[in-house]
Design a protein around this ligand. Structure first.
Ligand code: ATP
Length: 224
């Protein structure tokens, strides 16, 4: 992504990690928190940090929320503050607001009041860890809508060799989108692409197809 402008509201553990990582990746990041000590702590690690109450419309207007590519409301515990910051950011013209929810109810409310995207970090991390624990070779997984999944699989014994030999589309109905070798991406690799141990293969397929692949990967070779 080209260099973007981000506004992070709330410098708790999640907001801090988000803001400093975006900054380290070369983006412009403004952080707002009502807690002065937290603002002071993060000040040198982002573009700009200021003490303010983000539930106030006036504050958001002064910040120029409409100019940011993304506004992330990273307030968890104070639900009311999160809803107000989300609603007011949208009312002030924010292009795209991502709000953090700590429960399913909170996620529904935030979507209804206008959040463009709602994330549930604890919930999502729980799903990822469950995927990884049950199938260690699955490094990451997420759903696209209700019907499709994308998974990143670390190639071990089973997927070693040319893609044409693992025949993933024929056997499981999944398509290989990319192979990541130490950060070097090969997009839409050809059938003769030689997969090496440790490569990360990104595949897409229906939830059922991906589950079949998952079953296959979680079995010991000796069980087949
Ligand atoms: P963590 O990311 O640490 O898990 P959390 O989900 O517990 O955080 P909170 O601690 O509720 O979330 O909020 C994160 C930050 O948001 C806190 O530093 C808090 O000071 C800040 N915050 C809460 N309400 C407001 C507000 N109205 N304006 C600005 N910042 C706020």
């Amino acid at each position: 992504m080209k260099s973007g402008e981000f506004l992070v509201i709330g410098a708790g553990r999640f907001g801090q990690a988000l803001a400093t990582t975006l900054y380290d990746l070369g983006h412009s990041v403004v952080v707002v928190d009502r807690n002065g000590a937290l603002v002071e702590d993060i000040m040198d690690r982002v573009t700009h940090a200021l003490i303010a109450d983000a539930t106030e419309e006036e504050t958001l207007r002064e910040l120029g929320v409409e100019a940011f590519d993304r506004v992330i409301v990273a307030i968890g515990t104070d639900f009311e503050a999160n809803v107000l910051a989300t609603v007011n950011a949208k009312a002030c013209g924010a292009k795209y607001v991502i709000s953090k929810a700590t429960s399913a109810v909170m996620a529904t409310v935030l979507s209804r009041v206008g959040a463009d995207e709602v994330i549930r970090p604890e919930h999502d991390m729980g799903i990822r860890l469950a995927n990884h624990l049950t199938t260690p070779s699955i490094v990451d997984a997420f759903n696209l809508g209700d019907d499709y999944s994308v998974v990143e699989v670390e190639a071990g014994e089973k997927l070693n060799g040319p893609l044409s030999e693992s025949r993933l589309p024929n056997r499981f109905g999944v398509q290989v989108i990319a192979v990541n070798r130490d950060g070097d991406l090969t997009i839409s690799p050809r059938a003769d692409f030689e997969v090496q141990r440790g490569d990360r293969i990104v595949v897409i397929g229906s939830v059922e197809a991906v589950n079949e692949l998952r079953d296959y990967l979680s079995k010991d070779s000796s069980e087949e």
